[in-house]
Design a protein. Structure first.
Length: 78
């Protein structure tokens, strides 16, 4: 009887270890990583009418509003 309980406990321990590696941790789920900013990178930002604005990454690693705007039909109100 003790051998069966030992085997069940070993299988349960392996299942817990496997589950801990397969799912992201609670802390990782709670805190989403900000968009990576490398100098010179550009990303889309908000819509202004039918135009989309952007952001450019500065040398200090922070996002700054860009002067670039372009037509984007997905900005149309639905």
């Amino acid at each position: 009887m003790l051998k069966i309980i030992g085997k069940v406990a070993a299988v349960a321990a392996l299942a817990v270890v496997a589950a801990s590696f397969s799912t992201p941790s609670y802390a990782a789920k709670k805190k989403a990583a900000p968009a990576k900013c490398t100098a010179g990178a550009w990303q889309q930002a908000a819509c202004v009418g039918l135009m989309r604005t952007g952001q450019r990454c500065g040398l200090d690693g922070k996002w700054y509003p860009s002067l670039v705007m372009y037509f984007d039909p997905s900005c149309a109100k639905k």
